[in-house]
Design a protein around this ligand. Structure first.
Ligand code: UDX
Length: 429
């Protein structure tokens, strides 16, 4: 099929590349001309495993093209996906101005029937507004359908999630766009759920909020575990064996971050408020997440006492593993909190150091994770990178002035750390 994706951020670019990979003809549109040029020349603006190869291959095979013209994208395709940013505003609500602008641009370019699909995460009832806007700004009397098709990919696993989705959600006002939408997704062999537009939009916010709730739930349990001497990982394992609960997203941590969970929670609370509902449960999820960071900082301060002029080595800057994304990263927040206490920081991240250098000032970036401990008073794990498990602990113990390691991601085994001679403090164990 001929498909256009407007917006080449995480969702747009990975979607475009994966659609091309399964055989569709894809045009990716972005109004950032320099980004379009970078993509045309084979460059990738983000780190995402497998994406670069996919973009190169499909561009070379002629199935994936990039342009800065929305009109060209609309003209060339039967289905136009909107995948632009929906950033948070100060009051927690979502800024929909990019969606509105793209809707107007699509309207101006419409000359025959198109399916306009919203893939960005948006508040419920946005589809209605998009339809109204296109109708208002379209000069000719052209038929179109608006569809909601939320994306559930995780950063760091985006290609994998897109190629093997758990489900595809398609929200429609009429049955007319359903066969075409089913054709778009036929190569992915995933269950397709067809709903009304409002339900599809709600599925996205409800899913992300539920996953955030699951993390806050296990984080609340981790507090009880620390108070009673229980082990949160054993509790999570025991709970997760129940198929109704499931083990995933039950990893206790110093808190969740990223460009989705914090933003989507605030947005969902706000959406509920606008509909006259107080979503107190989600406010509690936010509170638990903030207190998890407070408790972790307190643990470090209680152990090291005065942080002023102490050197701390921080492992991890990205908001999670397998990405260079530092938006709303708990690791960055932790660094800033430690700096406020007067600590000197040495930091390492396998992929996020360049992006972190724009926001973290007066820190020492260390390329080799095994050299991070040199001259440090303590080490802190802030991101769950798998490769941190391969840290040369023997070397680190010798390099540290005192063998203290705070693990905000429970990467190491407490018994083994004790055997190696570490004072080891993790979450809920
Ligand atoms: C999330 C959703 O998972 C995805 O479906 C949606 O499309 C976008 O938002 P993402 O933000 O990429 O994806 O990352 P995710 O893997 O969900 O992790 C979010 C945060 O939660 C990270 O900071 C991660 O470290 C943290 N986390 C995750 C935990 O603290 N514990 C867990 O058990 C899982």
């Amino acid at each position: 099929m001929k498909l256009t994706i407007i917006g080449t951020g995480y969702v747009g670019l990975v979607t475009g590349a994966c659609f091309a990979e399964v055989g569709h003809q894809v045009v990716c549109v972005d109004n950032d001309v320099s980004k379009v040029e970078l993509l045309r020349s084979g460059g990738i603006p983000i780190y995402e495993p497998g994406l670069e190869e996919l973009v190169r291959k499909n561009t070379a095979d002629g199935r994936l093209r990039f342009t800065s013209s929305t009109a060209e994208g609309v003209e060339k395709s039967e289905v136009v996906f909107i995948a632009v940013a929906t950033p948070p505003q100060d009051d927690g609500s979502v800024d929909l101005s990019f969606i509105e602008k793209v809707a107007r641009e699509i309207a101006a370019a419409l000359t025959n029937y198109k399916i306009v699909v919203d893939k960005s995460t948006v508040p419920v009832k946005t589809g209605e507004k998009v339809a109204e806007t296109i109708k208002r700004y379209c000069k000719a009397r052209v038929d179109f359908d608006v569809v909601s098709n939320p994306e559930f990919l995780r950063e760091g696993f985006a290609v994998e999630d897109l190629m093997k989705p758990d489900r595809i959600v398609i929200g429609v006002r009429s049955q007319r766009p359903v066969p075409a939408m089913k054709n778009v997704y036929a190569p992915f062999n995933a269950p397709i759920i067809v709903t009304d537009i409002n339900s599809a939009e709600l599925i996205k916010h409800a899913s992300n909020s539920f996953l955030a709730l699951k993390i806050s739930y296990i984080n609340a349990i981790s507090v009880l575990c620390e108070a009673t001497g229980a082990n949160v990982q054993e509790v999570a394992h025991g709970m997760g064996m129940d198929e109704r609960i499931g083990r995933r997203f039950l990893n206790a941590s110093l808190g969740f971050g990223g460009s989705c969970f914090p933003k989507d929670l605030s947005a969902f609370v706000k959406i509920a408020e606008q509909e006259g509902c107080d979503f107190a449960l989600l406010k509690e999820v936010q509170k638990i997440n903030a207190s998890q960071m407070d408790r972790f900082v307190k643990k470090i301060v209680d152990t090291l006492w005065v942080l002023k002029d102490k050197t701390i080595g921080v492992l991890g800057l990205a908001f999670k593993q397998n990405t260079d994304d530092i938006r709303m990263s708990p690791a960055i927040e932790l660094c800033q909190r430690l700096q406020k206490e007067g600590a000197i920081l040495r930091v390492h991240d396998p992929k996020a150091m360049e992006k972190a250098s724009a926001v973290l000032k007066n820190v020492i970036f260390v390329k080799d994770m095994n050299e991070l401990a040199d001259g440090c008073d303590a080490l802190v794990v802030a991101t769950e990178w798998e490769e941190f498990k391969k840290l040369d602990l023997e070397r680190a113990r010798q390099a540290l002035s005192h063998p203290i390691l705070f693990d905000g991601r429970n990467l190491f085994d407490p018994a083994e750390m004790e055997r190696l001679g570490f004072i080891y403090k993790s979450i809920g164990r």
